[in-house]
Design a protein around this ligand. Structure first.
Ligand SMILES: Nc1ncnc2c1ncn2[C@@H]1O[C@H](COP(=O)(O)OP(=O)(O)OP(=O)(O)O)[C@@H](O)[C@H]1O
Ligand SMILES: [Mg+2]
Length: 261
């Protein structure tokens, strides 16, 4: 009798475990489905704006604008800008889906972070000059600073932070890119004296498509994917990221990389 009872208890236990495991799996699948649906609707919403704007300019040109020497080049330039924007969105979407599906290969090697930062600052010069933002690279000495990481990934992170500091900085503002060496790490700060971010937004800042001020961000050509990409990359590198910000004063993003031995 006790044996039958024991067996029956055992069966109950197995069934209970099985049903709670299945429930967890179903909950997970439901969550994935919600996430997928949200992602698709965000993507199509974001793509619509530049697609309609390009369509508008091209229709106007077809409807006779092409003959009007005063506007034709202007409309073509606008349409071309819209296409550039679409391409950069598609590139970001591709990056994010590769990162989220875990298809990411990290290629570690030693490189000079000071040199890379300088290179990036030069590459965004056109944008920074346009907004009158000065970008300063600060390190203890102007010597090479060797880190052991994935150079392309670090480039993507720095470009995102630096371009954001230009877009959301004040006109004629200053961005400081600071490299500080500690025992086994190099700490990287990108700090601006721009509009800042209210505390309530900080926990959600790294979510895909999250923008504090949608209209301002869209004016700057922002989709809200940059920081989501940065976070994924830093996770793949096994590093975290910190953000400190004060409205009206500025914002500082901090992360670190292993020093090359
Ligand atoms: N340095 C900053 N100062 C103030 N706000 C910022 C700063 N960096 C980011 N933000 C806010 O965080 C939001 C998310 O940034 P994120 O880089 O993910 O998107 P984005 O710059 O709008 O678009 P994308 O990077 O896809 O072109 C921005 O829309 C902006 O509102
Ligand atoms: Mg950005």
């Amino acid at each position: 009798m006790t044996r039958i009872k024991n067996v029956s208890n055992e069966i109950n236990k197995v069934l209970y475990e099985w049903s709670s495991e299945s429930k967890e799996e179903i909950d997970h699948l439901k969550q994935v489905e919600i996430y997928r649906r949200e992602f698709l609707s965000n993507v199509s919403h974001e793509l619509k704006t530049p697609v309609f704007s390009v369509q508008g300019y091209i229709h106007t040109l077809i409807d006779g604008g092409i003959e009007d020497a005063d506007v034709n080049m202007h409309y073509l330039n606008k349409a071309s800008k819209g296409i550039d924007r679409l391409i950069s969105m598609v590139d970001d979407l591709e990056s994010i889906s590769r990162l989220e599906s875990g298809e990411l290969i990290v290629e570690l090697r030693t490189f000079d972070l000071h040199d890379l930062a300088q290179d990036i600052i030069e590459s965004v010069e056109l944008q920074s000059k346009e907004r009158g933002v000065t970008i300063k690279l600060e390190s203890s000495e102007n010597k090479p600073i060797y880190v052991y990481s994935d150079k392309d990934m670090v480039r993507q992170i720095l470009v995102n932070f630096i371009v954001n500091s230009i877009k959301y900085g004040v006109k004629d503002g200053v961005t400081k890119v600071r490299l500080t060496e500690s025992d086994d790490k190099v700490i990287v700060d990108v700090e601006d004296n721009g509009i800042g971010i209210e505390k309530v937004h900080l926990p959600r800042l790294f979510e895909r498509f999250y923008r504090v001020d949608k209209s301002r961000s869209r004016d700057q050509g922002g989709t809200g994917l940059g920081l989501a990409i940065v976070k994924h990359i830093l996770e793949a590198l096994g590093e975290g990221v910190q953000v400190d910000s004060e409205v009206g004063k500025g914002t500082r993003f901090t992360f670190s990389l292993p020093r090359s031995k």
